[in-house]
Design a binder for this molecule. Structure first.
Ligand SMILES: Cc1cc2nc3c(=O)[nH]c(=O)nc-3n(C[C@H](O)[C@H](O)[C@H](O)COP(=O)(O)OP(=O)(O)OC[C@H]3O[C@@H](n4cnc5c(N)ncnc54)[C@H](O)[C@@H]3O)c2cc1C
Length: 451
């Protein structure tokens, strides 16, 4: 049997998924190269000077795969907490349980009526919607679109929903049931998305990154950090790094953003280069605000569709693990992790985002003006590639790029390698890595990537 030389680029969940699978097969002729001096990619965690741990935005494990669950379990070896996924929407000065549409009874009368009447007046067929905006209007109606769907999605995607496709939605956005909403209003009933069946694991120490550090430990000698991919010589099947290293491969698994990969490929045709420029992503600032004090608030994360704050989401990160604050002392410290997206459609100043975040926390009632004096840490992470945006042109562009790369034994997988938001979470990305190795070694179908 021919045993190929596999090179993997990137040590996020996808690259580590591929590495884990190669290791599990007992395959030895492989190496993983990572640009950073740490593993984990977007799923890494960082400890700031004040002793707070931060993720790259709120990372919640919601696995669809038994295989991934077992790998996480082995990596954490029991050293984790389990929490209910309790999420809320900040709206008109109040908290509305998520999903928003099922709990519009929390809104003041006129806003609630606009939401219910909007649903009663629905007429358009969502299956014929040409884009995400038309789909939202057809599914949610005037009120829910006005108060939540439109402002929230503009905020998180930093891309006009008119430019986005509707085809990625599937399980990502819960749709609506008018009878259920009317019943919730009549019975003053909360219709929440959390409960005993909606738990998530979070590492005791080290943030989300601890999962991936644990996975990488068993094959660390095959990982080379501080290797920034500079060029892929497609014809010679070799990769060149910024530090001068050069390695040959039979199969290359790349998990870096595919638009950057194409730009690094020698002799990629103009058509492929042009397609890569059609892919759209947003960026994000993750601002960690560490404060002195005790926060009595069971919420995990909160959505902020309104324009009185820059962020679209805040996580009560001290609730995930006490060790996310200095000395594990949640009686005296708490940690708010705030995510703001940006793009050419939505400019945000890097110099001002920390102060704007603090002011937004005050405006939205998360903290008081007097809490400014209790801030002991301000931590900023700039994330140039945060969300691969599912635009109307995405699939056409990918259908030019991916077959070309694969014809040269280059497999681009993962959140930005595949550029498919709908399969771009940690579990999907890890499994894309596992499944591409299965496909290379055994010819098995790649269910996640193709699914
Ligand atoms: C704000 C935010 C919130 C999120 N929340 C969740 C969540 O709640 N739940 C969830 O499951 N997922 C969440 N995710 C997604 C999660 O982070 C990704 O699914 C996961 O990290 C993707 O793994 P990956 O390996 O495909 O890509 P990445 O994690 O991006 O890893 C790619 C790796 O390639 C490396 N690389 C890039 N360029 C080069 C180069 N030239 N040379 C060498 N190496 C290079 C990078 O340094 C990186 O380590 C979130 C992401 C963001 C940004």
């Amino acid at each position: 049997m021919f045993i190929p030389v596999c090179l993997i680029i990137g040590s996020g969940p996808c690259g580590l998924g591929a590495a884990h699978r190669l290791n599990q097969f007992g395959h030895t002729d492989w190496q993983l190269f990572e640009r950073n001096s740490y593993t984990g990619g977007l799923s890494a965690s960082f400890v700031d000077d004040a002793g707070f741990t931060w993720d790259v935005g709120g990372h919640v494990l919601f696995s669809h795969y038994d295989y991934f669950d077992k790998v996480v379990e082995a990596s954490l070896d029991g050293q984790y907490y389990e929490h209910m996924r309790e999420s809320w929407v900040r709206m008109l000065g109040d908290w509305v349980p998520y999903p928003f549409q099922n709990n519009v009874r929390y809104l003041p009368g006129d806003a609630r009526d606009l939401c219910v009447n909007g649903l009663k007046k629905l007429a358009a067929d969502p299956t014929t919607a040409a884009n995400f905006k038309e789909w939202m209007d057809a599914v949610f109606g005037e009120g829910i679109v006005k108060y939540f769907m439109d402002p929230y999605n503009r905020k998180v995607w930093a891309t006009p929903p008119e430019l986005m496709s509707k085809d990625w939605i599937a399980e990502r956005v819960s749709v609506v049931d008018l009878a259920r909403i009317e019943k919730n209003i009549a019975e003053a009933k909360d219709d929440i998305a959390w409960g005993p069946n909606n738990m998530f694991k979070f590492p005791k120490q080290g943030g989300t990154g601890a999962i991936y550090n644990g996975i990488a430990k068993s094959f660390s000698s095959n990982i080379s950090l501080d290797h920034d991919l500079a060029e892929v010589e497609l014809e010679k099947k070799a990769v060149l790094f910024a530090n001068g290293a050069r390695h040959s491969y039979d199969q290359l698994i790349s998990t870096i953003p595919v638009d950057q990969l194409v730009a690094k490929c020698t002799n990629a045709p103009d058509e492929v280069r042009a397609a890569a420029t059609q892919l759209v992503h947003n960026s994000a600032y993750v601002v960690g605000i560490g404060l002195k004090g005790k926060r009595e608030d069971t919420k995990c994360w909160m959505y902020f569709p309104e324009d009185n704050c820059p962020f679209y989401r805040v996580t009560n990160f001290h609730n995930y693990s006490p060790y996310n604050v200095p000395g594990g002392d949640v009686d005296n410290y708490y940690a708010l992790m705030c995510e703001t997206s940006y793009s050419s459609h939505k400019l945000v100043s890097k110099d001002d985002i920390v102060e704007e975040t603090i002011q937004g926390l005050i405006n939205s009632g998360m903290i008081k003006e007097s809490d400014r004096a209790h801030i002991v840490s301000r931590y900023l992470i700039d994330v140039p590639y945060a969300y691969p945006v599912p635009t109307t042109g995405r699939d056409d562009a990918l259908s030019v790029i991916q077959p070309f790369l694969e014809s040269h034994d280059v497999y681009s997988r993962g959140r930005f390698g595949a550029w498919k938001y709908e399969v771009g979470n940690m579990d999907h990305s890890f499994m894309q890595g596992v499944e591409v190795v299965d496909s290379i070694l055994t010819g098995a179908e790649e269910k996640t990537f193709n699914g």
